[in-house]
Design a protein around this ligand. Sequence first.
Ligand code: ADP
Ligand code: MG
Length: 358
Amino acid sequence: MEFDLIHRYFKTPFGGLAQANPDTVLFGIGDDCATLRLAPDFHLFTSTDTLVEGVHFFSDDPPGVTGWKALASNLSDLAASGASPLGFTLNLSLPEIDENWLAGFSAGLLDIATRFNCPLVGGDTTSAGSNPLKTLSITVFGQAPASHLGFNRAHAKIGEEVWLSGTPGLARLGLLLEYQRRGRLEQLCKGHELPQVQALLAAMPAQLRQIAVSQLGMPVPRIELGLQLRGLASACLDLSDGLSGDLAHISSASEVSAILFQSSLESMWRKLWPEIDQQANAAGLLKVLLVQTLTGGDDFELCWTAHPNRHDAIQSLKAGLHCVGVIEPGSGIWLQSQGASRERVSSCSFNHFAEIQN
Ligand code: ADP
Ligand code: MG
């Protein structure tokens, strides 16, 4: 029975992708171990992530979106290391056999696996017993030339610039919109935050809403950017827990401080929402957007540091890359406003345990 399911939803649909990579996948689903071949003089990179129903995805999320996101978060770790995908394994713990869910999940997973040429090479499928919630765990494998040792978090140096891809904070806006749609916005925003967030959501143009919801459900891992940043970036990570908390990992590992420029973060938002300045309370709205960037999770954009002499090379890689800060002596994350004033940003990352859904 279990093997039937594995065949129907995983071995058969993903077979073509494994066969399309005969140099990498020597043996895939069906054997005790998968056998993957690295290119000569390449190192193996691996990362794993677990998604729990009700915590990391909604029970009523379309299963295809869950499938996409499960692999996206793992591929994003490869991107942040400058590695290219080789393949992945999938562990599923299921309370019941829900074929509709499995079909949708498998289709979403195949979409992203195909887009990033990342074959499914094995896994495990178990019953969750009396636990009513699904748990998914993915381990991804990637490779990079031995000469590239990844982007170590301890490698940020004083004088380097801080860069972001995309517009971190968008996924949090998507989450706020999803909660609002379910009539549960109060669960995410406490006290005085609630009216400010409601005003922001009400003012958001329809197109920006769409971008935010898709950033939450179908984030695009920055694999290509990660490869392009080899030789340009020093420290790099992907933003899963919010800019202030994630950048703090770089600042503490590198024993430096990171200064973020409020004006640069605001220009980043203005590029997506140019009409914001026509709103009566534009300054207030921008402030709420800034908070989403600093604390909102799940964007899977990259944040990296690089020497200023790499500025032009990085800027010309692609559109949508933003230089937003600088590395200085000291410790912690600081927000520099238009005037001279600078305030320390407390490390208020997305808290996985404070935001349990359901
Ligand atoms: P074993 O008991 O030897 O671990 P299983 O019966 O659990 O083997 O699985 C049989 C084959 O199916 C193995 O190759 C395993 O990697 C693969 N497999 C099991 N579950 C999944 C899954 N969810 N996705 C992909 N491959 C899977
Ligand atoms: Mg097994």
